[in-house]
Design a protein around this ligand. Structure first.
Ligand SMILES: Nc1ncnc2c1ncn2[C@@H]1O[C@H](COP(=O)(O)OP(=O)(O)O)[C@@H](O)[C@H]1O
Ligand SMILES: [Mg+2]
Length: 429
């Protein structure tokens, strides 16, 4: 008599379980078929018991099931399957409306070896647990997990944007206070420049007068008695009057020129430092470029020959101090890209209703994989302290706010060109 026969007390108990229970012998003949199995398969125990399982249910995954049963027989040990790997063994309907892509009752199965009287595995008993509810909950959970991940990524993106905005605020505040400082210094220098240049003017006039006096004296000296002439010669020995007369006006001229240069730099500094302003005004980009060049002259001088190829540029509506900042970033980057000594070329012109300012350098160039990232905030290849990685990202923002764009073209080892395009008639604010 089979240990699992439905007539036995064990079989009776199996009928009351809310779990499918069936058993098969070595020839895959059904030896047990509880009420759960009968209900869901719509095959009564009498119709199934004693028959080959695959004959009764040809749709079963035969190869897989045979391997599983043989494994239990050979190893004399339990085996399990979970719905996550194999959604179901028997295709049963679930007893409630099935939702969310769950099309049939999900099943977890346990294969148990049943030993005969001689100790060998004579049958394999299979329990089949309905886990459809769990599967549906699991799928809902997985969906909300995906949604959560999406939200997390979105939040991450927003945090990134916030950080970027924050850094831009910090950076422009820093620039604004540098600007204020520069404007203050420029204002202070303006005052002494004023009186030094006024004094130089007077000095020149006085010198002209003094020269006239000197000439008169020199002319008359010839008529002095010898003794007088010798005394004068003794007192003025070693003074080369001709040289003085030639060099003095030259010295004065150079001083005036130098002062004029200082005055221009101070003006440019003042121009440059109007950082806070955001009002668009008609401006001459060449003037912007020249005042920026004056400010960064020192950075460029030792690195590069500067070549200016200015074309015809009409005035454009822009915020000059902001564009100055863009030009400064491009020029300093160009100088920094040059290892020893090279060339920086600034070209301007207009095409259609756009103007362009291009800054080209003969520096190290940018590898293709970095080219996409140069405008990213904090992207820098420069050592800590010398690069913040913000110059181009801020410039990009400024040009974008002007309704323009920046194009880059670079060949590693040969150089790079950054070309700023701006609309003639100011972009939207
Ligand atoms: N003219 C250029 N030549 C070569 N590389 C450049 C040039 N301009 C920018 N780059 C690259 O782009 C990066 C980002 O530039 P930027 O935003 O100005 O930040 P930073 O100059 O502080 O590094 C630089 O670190 C450099 O690698
Ligand atoms: Mg830079």
């Amino acid at each position: 008599m089979s240990p699992l026969n439905a007539d036995e007390p064990g079989g009776f108990v199996a009928d009351h379980l809310d779990v499918g229970v069936f058993a098969i012998d070595a020839a895959f003949r059904v030896t047990l078929w509880n009420r759960f199995m009968a209900t869901h398969s719509r095959q009564r125990a009498e119709a199934v018991i004693g028959r080959n399982l695959f004959e009764c249910f040809p749709e079963l995954p035969r190869g897989w099931l045979e391997r599983k049963v043989r494994q239990v027989q050979a190893l004399r040990n339990y085996a399990f399957t979970s719905w996550t790997q194999r959604p179901y063994l028997f295709r049963f309907d679930h007893n409630r409306p099935i939702t969310g892509g769950v099309d049939a009752m999900r099943q977890n199965c346990t294969f148990m070896p049943v030993r005969g009287e001689d100790g060998s595995v004579s049958q394999v008993c299979v329990t089949l647990q309905d886990v459809t509810d769990t599967a549906i909950a699991h799928q809902a959970l997985a969906a909300s997990l995906v949604e959560l991940e999406r939200e997390k990524a979105e939040q991450q993106r927003l945090i990134g944007e916030l950080e970027e905005a924050h850094m831009q605020v910090l950076q422009s505040e820093k620039l604004a206070s540098i600007g204020q400082l520069a404007a203050g210094v420029a204002h202070e220098i303006n005052n002494p420049i004023g009186y030094v240049s006024a004094n130089l003017g007077s000095l020149k006039r006085y010198l002209d007068d003094l020269m006239k006096v000197l000439d008169a004296h020199l002319e008359l000296a010839a008529e002095l008695p010898t003794e007088c002439r010798e005394r004068v010669a003794a007192r003025t020995a070693g003074i080369d009057v001709d040289y003085l007369r030639a060099d003095l006006p030259q010295l004065l001229g150079e001083s005036c020129e130098g002062l004029e240069r200082v005055r221009r730099i101070v003006l440019d500094l003042k121009d440059f430092s109007r950082m806070g302003e955001t009002e668009k005004v008609p401006a001459d980009l060449h003037r912007c470029l020249d005042s920026t060049l004056n400010v960064v002259a020192n950075e460029l001088r030792y690195k590069a020959e500067l070549e200016k190829c200015y074309g015809e540029l009409p005035e454009i509506e822009c915020v000059p101090s902001q564009l100055n900042q863009v030009f400064m970033n491009l020029l300093i980057n160009a100088a920094q890209a040059i290892e020893e000594r090279g060339r920086i070329t600034i070209t301007t012109g207009s095409v259609g209703d756009e103007v362009f300012v291009s800054v080209r350098d003969s520096g190290c160039g940018i590898p293709p994989d970095e080219l996409r990232r140069v405008f990213d905030p904090f992207f820098t290849t420069k050592p800590v302290g010398s690069g913040t990685g913000l110059g181009l990202s801020i410039s990009y923002g400024i040009v974008e706010r002007h309704g323009g764009r920046i194009e880059v073209d670079s060949t590693p080892g040969q150089g790079s060109e950054f070309r700023v395009w701006l609309p003639l008639h100011g972009g939207a604010d």
